[in-house]
Design a protein around this ligand. Sequence first.
Ligand SMILES: NC(=O)C[C@H](N)C(=O)O
Length: 341
Amino acid sequence: MHNLIVGDLNTEGETIMKKIKMITTGGTIAMGEDEVTHQIVPKLSGLDLLNKVPTLESMAQLELTQFSNVDSSQLTLQDILSLAQLIKSSLKDDEVSGVLITHGTDTLEETAYLLDLIIDTPKPIVLTGALRTFDQPSSDGESNLIHSLQAILEPASSNRGVLVVMNNQIHAARFLNKTHTNRLEAFSSLNCGPMGKIDYSGVHYFYELKPQTTIKIESLTTPIEIIKLGLGSSDNLIKTILDSKCQGLVIETFGLGTVPKNVMDPLKETKIPVMITSRCLEGQVYDLYGAFAGDREITKMNLIYGKNLTSVKARLLLTLLLGKNKSITEIREFINHKLKF
Ligand SMILES: NC(=O)C[C@H](N)C(=O)O
């Protein structure tokens, strides 16, 4: 990597480096092999990461906070809410031009989407991670960090919501999905492809999205579950969940959103919102098939078609909207008119 020193010129013609907040949370990018068990475990602090990639400090003035150092499977919604508060308070500093967050890749799409839904700022927020540790062959941590910082420093990255930079691609949080367990090209933007790319000529964007309506939230405590259906699934799980304290349900079901009758029947007994999403990776769900349990009354009562949201993102959105005491009609209204597209 060459010529990566970025900054504005002051009146004396000297380069002033932009101030960027860097927050580390853990994930493979901060892991290494345990000498005894040979498993991959958290190893690198936020400062270790900076020391591994000295180029970063030649590109911007970095203000570092280590938020956590955990595998992303261990994070909770409450953690992400605290992370959002840290990001918001950092952005209040007018001198901070953007935020770079390192995160494990397994739940990256959820953290990115949650932040996208709750933080309203024109400044770039970029998350990144790695599929390989720094000491593994074809380690991707260094390039992902440098590319992320390049994206943050690029003026065209403003007003794009929360972005994820991995493997030379820029993804909007709304469409990002981890589609491979361990390849370097582990991420895809479902339905629309990556929003941009980073190559030797710089940062390039291919399209823009309709702006997101952000949701102001203080807590994230509404219990929402996801059920994924297989051919011939019983009604056991759905009945158990409906008997629990669960206040909303996401069903990841077949194709355009068809639900088998034995699963639909218990739904007649409940008033909790049920969001329909698809097992298909792309396309959106519709209330189209008449054979769809043959019961339009239920559709009128509590079903919400989750457009092209994946089940995990539908769950996050439902958690936020129910946390704001939104009715089923208001949730449908949000999905139909305020969802980023
Ligand atoms: N590549 C990774 O970061 C995977 C790791 N298990 C995590 O999500 O924290």
